[in-house]
Design a protein around this ligand. Structure first.
Ligand SMILES: Nc1ncnc2c1ncn2[C@@H]1O[C@H](COP(=O)(O)OP(=O)(O)OP(=O)(O)O)[C@@H](O)[C@H]1O
Ligand SMILES: [Mg+2]
Length: 275
C-alpha cells in the first residue's frame, strides 16, 4: 500500500525514531519511495535509518535555513513583530531539499525557539505549511517522526493523516504520555485513526493487557521486544535492518506495519461504502 500518511508520536526515548526508521526501510525495501520526515526538534532520524554519516551530516534542518525562511515567508527567522506569509509557497521544498538514499527521502524540519504559548514566527508557518502540503498533496508515503505531541498537525493537516501511532513502552509513564497524545489527537479529529504500538516489551501478554486497561478502545498494532541489539545498533550508528542476525526483530516491525495498513484499508473501504 503506497501513499500512506503516518505520524508517529510518543514520550522521549520510547523508540519513535526506531519505528519510523524501520518502517521506512521496510516500505523502501518493497520498492516504494517514502518520505521520512524528522519532525522532532532533537533530530536523529537519519541516524536511526542507518544512513551513511556523510549523507546524514549534509542534511540542513529547514527551520534554521535563514535564506529559505526569508525567501518563502518574506520575514527574517526568529525576529518578532514582522508581517509574514502564513501560506508560504512550499510545493517544491520536499523535492529540492530532501536527501535521497535507497528510495528514502529524508527531510529534517528542525527546531523552533518557542515562547510560552508556542511560536507564531515565520519558520513555524513554513514548517506547518510544508507538513500540510506533504500530508494533503504528496502522492508518496510520508512517515513523520514527531516529538511527544501533535506539533505541526492542525485540523486541516490531520484530515489527510491515515494514522497517528503513539509508540509506548510498557511502563505507566510512557502510557500516560500516550493517553495525553490520544486527547490531543481527538482535539484535531484524529480519534478513529489513533493507534498504539508497544516497544521494548519483555512480556508481551502482560504488557498488552496493561496497555489495554490503561488506554481502552484503541487498537494495539502489536509489540516489539526489548533487545540489546537495538542499543548496539545505536552505538554503531546503524539500523537493525543492516545486521544479518535480526530477521525476527524485523518481522515484528513488518507485522505491526501490516496490521496498520490492513486497518487503514478497512477504514477506507468502509468510508467508500458509506459514500
Ligand atoms: N525494542 C527495543 N529494545 C531495546 N532498545 C530499543 C528498542 N527500541 C529502541 N531502542 C533504543 O532506545 C533508544 C531510543 O530509541 P529512539 O531514538 O528510537 O527513541 P525516540 O522515541 O525517537 O527518542 P527521542 O524522544 O529522543 O527522539 C535508542 O538507543 C534505541 O536503539
Ligand atoms: Mg527520536
Amino acid at each position: 500500500m503506497s501513499g500512506l500518511k503516518i505520524a508517529i508520536s510518543g514520550k522521549g526515548g520510547v523508540g519513535k525514531s526506531t519505528v519510523a526508521a524501520v518502517w521506512s526501510r521496510l516500505i523502501a525495501d518493497q520498492g516504494f519511495p517514502v518520505y521520512a520526515i524528522d519532525a522532532d526538534p532533537d533530530a536523529n532520524l537519519s541516524h536511526a535509518l542507518g544512513m551513511p554519516r556523510v549523507l546524514a551530516d549534509s542534511i540542513k534542518p529547514l527551520a534554521s535555513d535563514d535564506a529559505l525562511v526569508e525567501e518563502r515567508t518574506g520575514a527574517k527567522r526568529g525576529a518578532t513583530g514582522q508581517i509574514f506569509s502564513l501560506a508560504p509557497e512550499v510545493a517544491d521544498i520536499a523535492e529540492k531539499y530532501a536527501v535521497s538514499w535507497n528510495k528514502i527521502r529524508v527531510l529534517v524540519l528542525g527546531a523552533i525557539k518557542k515562547g510560552g504559548a508556542g511560536c507564531a514566527c515565520p519558520e513555524s508557518a513554513l514548517l506547518r505549511s510544508l507538513v500540510r502540503h506533504l500530508v494533503l498533496h504528496e502522492n508518496e508515503t510520508v512517515i513523520l517522526d514527531m516529538e511527544a505531541g501533535v506539533e505541526h498537525l492542525g485540523r486541516a493537516t490531520a484530515a489527510g493523516v491515515d494514522a497517528l501511532v503513539a509508540v509506548t513502552e510498557p511502563g505507566t509513564r510512557s502510557l500516560e504520555t500516550a493517553l495525553h497524545i490520544k486527547k490531543l489527537a481527538a482535539d484535531i479529529g484524529l480519534s478513529g485513526r489513533f493507534f498504539l504500538l508497544l516497544n521494548k516489551v519483555r512480556d508481551s501478554g502482560k504488557s498488552a493487557e496493561t496497555a489495554k486497561m490503561f488506554i481502552p478502545d484503541v487498537p494495539l498494532l502489536g509489540t516489539i521486544p526489548f533487545d540489546d541489539r537495538f542499543i548496539i545498533a545505536d552505538e554503531e550508528r546503524k539500523s537493525i535492518f543492516d545486521y544479518p542476525d535480526t530477521p525476527e526483530l524485523i518481522r515484528s516491525f513488518k507485522q505491526t506495519l501490516e496490521t496498520l495498513t490492513d486497518s487503514i484499508s478497512a477504514r477506507q473501504n468502509a468510508t467508500k461504502e458509506l459514500s
